[in-house]
Design a protein around this ligand. Structure first.
Ligand SMILES: NC(=O)c1ccc[n+]([C@@H]2O[C@H](COP(=O)([O-])OP(=O)(O)OC[C@H]3O[C@@H](n4cnc5c(N)ncnc54)[C@H](O)[C@@H]3O)[C@@H](O)[C@H]2O)c1
Ligand SMILES: O=C(O)[C@H](O)CO
Length: 386
């Protein structure tokens, strides 16, 4: 028997029991659920990652929906427990849902929500921050300064890479990859090469138009290229940022062989999911190529790092904080709560999960729809006409 988990309860007499496995930022998400007759139970257990047993104990005998986290293993066991408790809705508080077995959820008739859009720019900004920090060796220089080692300006002190005029490579030019590409092209006048299974016409048009603008102002125009293989990006780019989803096709997408194809002084950024990179091979590559630099927000076995990574001066490591801006995290909580609420209330699924702004407007009630349900089609859920 799992130990009872500590909870905080809002609106105890509410008709629908909705659980959040973690306290989430803001209060709007709680108020929106309460206004619609939900009893909201928030797990306050002092344990960062809840086990399957902890979550089964939270679900109990009656539960209408759960808001969960990307650190939790939402598979057959949890969806069958939720279904037995009468639950029909689950939402990750994340856009990525590689921790969720969507087929198992569908089998038990549980809708699975995620939180796209609201974190696009915030995540791209962290990727851009890591890019700059790696290019200009900011973390190394900061440590040097704090250690009292600075004894005067020197021509060779912390020389890094100039981004202007170099090539930025984006693997996975979806929402976040495209936003990052725009930041690096527009902000630093980098040329773009990208690889994705699909063409990113809007991104291509943007770079073309910006290139024309620069040319009209007598500046060197920026260019774009859609690569026909990922290797082409690895060989040509000076700075490469990874933004695909994690699935079978992207597991260890960057491995020993692919690392060896990159330029010796290249920079690699990963704000997608840790297992997209073979981290053991990466540590070896960093040791053998001191001018190669990496900026990592995600790790293969979170919360751990592979042996040796923490010792590498040419690696910048941050703890999965890419979506951590106040506005974004509050918005993620709102979208996750509305996904669950929408299914409980029998609302349709929002027709375009890339267009979530109407759900984030604090001055108006949200549309009567679930903002983003990934198995809506498989469950035959109606789609909103709005
Ligand atoms: N570090 C963080 O905190 C953080 C924050 C947000 C998102 N993420 C991760 O970023 C991912 C992307 O988010 P998004 O909103 O941009 O999703 P998205 O679906 O808009 O973009 C993903 C892109 O990857 C492409 N892709 C899929 N398989 C590929 C392959 N084999 N090779 C190349 N491209 C491939 C898709 O075609 C798509 O364009 C999420 O799934 C999540 O795992 C991480
Ligand atoms: O997938 C996601 O949303 C992130 O990893 C957390 O924001």
């Amino acid at each position: 028997m799992a130990k009872p988990v500590s909870i905080e309860v809002y609106n105890p007499s509410g008709k629908y029991r909705v659980i959040s496995t973690k306290p989430m930022p803001g209060t709007r998400w709680i108020n929106l659920l309460i206004e619609q007759d939900c009893r909201v139970e928030i797990c306050t257990q002092k344990k960062t990652i809840l086990s399957v047993e902890d979550i089964i104990a939270l679900i109990g005998d009656k539960c209408d929906g759960v808001i969960g986290q990307l650190t939790e293993d939402w598979g057959e066991t949890l969806f069958s427990a939720l279904s037995r408790a009468g639950g029909k809705a689950f939402s990750n508080m994340a856009v990525g849902y590689n921790n969720v077995d969507v087929n198992a959820a569908t089998k038990y008739g549980v809708a699975v929500g995620n939180t796209p859009g609201v974190l696009t720019e915030t995540t791209a900004e962290l990727a851009a921050s890591l890019s700059l920090a790696a290019a200009r060796r900011i973390v190394e220089a900061d440590e040097f300064m704090r250690a009292g080692l600075y004894d005067g300006w020197l021509p060779h002190l912390f020389v890094g890479n100039l981004l202007k005029g170099q090539t930025v490579g984006v693997i996975g030019a979806g929402r976040i990859g495209s936003a990052y590409a725009r930041m690096m092209v527009e902000g630093f006048k980098m040329n773009l090469i990208y690889y994705d299974l699909y063409q990113s016409t809007r991104l291509e048009k943007f770079v073309t138009a910006y290139g024309q603008f620069l040319k009209a102002n007598g500046e060197q125009p920026v260019t774009w290229k859609r690569a026909s293989s990922m290797d082409e990006v690895l060989q040509e780019a000076d700075l490469i940022s990874l933004h695909p989803i994690l699935d079978k096709t992207t597991y260890h997408l960057v491995n020993k062989e692919r690392l060896s194809k990159m330029k010796k002084e290249a920079i690699l950024i990963n704000c997608s999911r840790g297992p997209v990179v073979d981290e053991v091979a990466l540590v070896e590559h960093l040791k053998e190529n001191p001018m190669f630099r990496v900026g990592l927000d995600v790790f293969e076995d979170e919360p751990y790092m592979k042996p040796g990574l923490a010792d590498m001066k040419n690696a910048i490591v941050v703890p999965h904080i890419a979506s951590a801006s106040k506005w974004t995290r509050e918005g993620m909580a709102t979208l996750a709560a509305l996904n669950v609420l929408g299914k409980i209330k029998g609302y349709p699924v929002w027709s375009d999960s890339n267009r979530v702004e109407p759900f984030l407007n604090e001055n108006a009630p949200p549309p009567a729809a679930s903002p983003s349900i990934v198995n809506g089609k498989a469950l035959g859920l109606p789609v909103s006409k709005l």
